[in-house]
Ligand binder design. Sequence first.
Ligand code: XMP
Length: 326
Amino acid sequence: TWTMVNIVDEQVERIRAQVGGKRAVCGLSGGVDSAVAGALVQRAIGDRLTCVFVDHGLLRKGEAEQVEKDFVAATGAVLKVVDAQDRFLDALAGVGDPEEKRKIVGREFIRVFEQAAREVVAEGGQAGDDVEFLVQGTLYPDVVESGGGTGAANIKSHHNVGGLPEDLRFSLVEPLRELFKDEVRRVGEELGLPQEMVWRQPFPGPGLAIRIIGDITRERLDVLREADAIAREELSRAGLDRDIWQCPVVLLADVRSVGVQGDSRTYGHPVVLRPVSSEDAMTADWSRLPYDVLAAISNRITNEVREVNRVTLDVTSKPPGTIEWE
Ligand code: XMP
């Protein structure tokens, strides 16, 4: 029978045959695809793989630590972390336009990744010990979609580091090319990856940058990270996190609303909960979450995140709304 163990064993054999005695780099995004691809290649070639994690400061609470600590502990992978938070924040300063944010994050990501990959190549040293391979977590649906040249392939382009320069060309290792998402998750479990990583819901490459409506600052990121963490915690406490497709939490940073806390008037910001159900993100319906779960999320966010004094629910399907607000 075609089990996850078979898939892992077969892929490990194939990766060994492809890479031979050479070395490889793998960019980790915090998401399940790159993590599983990296873990598979690590199992196949061990220390001849270097994983690279660009910390752009736009991930959710705990996600950078998941990559830096839990992924490494689970796989034994060699990891190079680039702390690029200041660089991304500087580049994004004063930028409110969604497309501009996306462009900036994509551009900076490629630059930082390219520099890191050059360093990995330079660290190799020995002749015949070159880095020749780049690991990518391309899934079967990505393969099909990029053949059609659809927008979906575009959406993913910055993750797939397609913009590397000519003199930094790698051959691709794509061990997930024949798999669907649910199979990738089962392979991830088989490889012992952290549950939070394996079951992570879709998350956009530009990260929290496109969930802050307005300019991005460190303070705003911290506020959104706290609110988002609470929503995720309550959804998983209610056992709903695997039922819904994703639940963006959006900070309306340029909007203020009046509230009252204790005896004092507050003038804070609203957040929007955007829980959606979907098969493929092309269309989506807003999730009918139980009122008590919504109440728990709302109470906790307004109690625990000082800057947020109002929680609202987005009840728009896609179309006409997109899943993300930007
Ligand atoms: P929308 O907002 O277009 O989102 O309905 C559809 C799905 O794609 C994700 N998304 C992105 N993923 N880079 C990504 O890697 C992006 O720029 C991006 N924009 C949206 C979104 O989270 C949803 O799952």
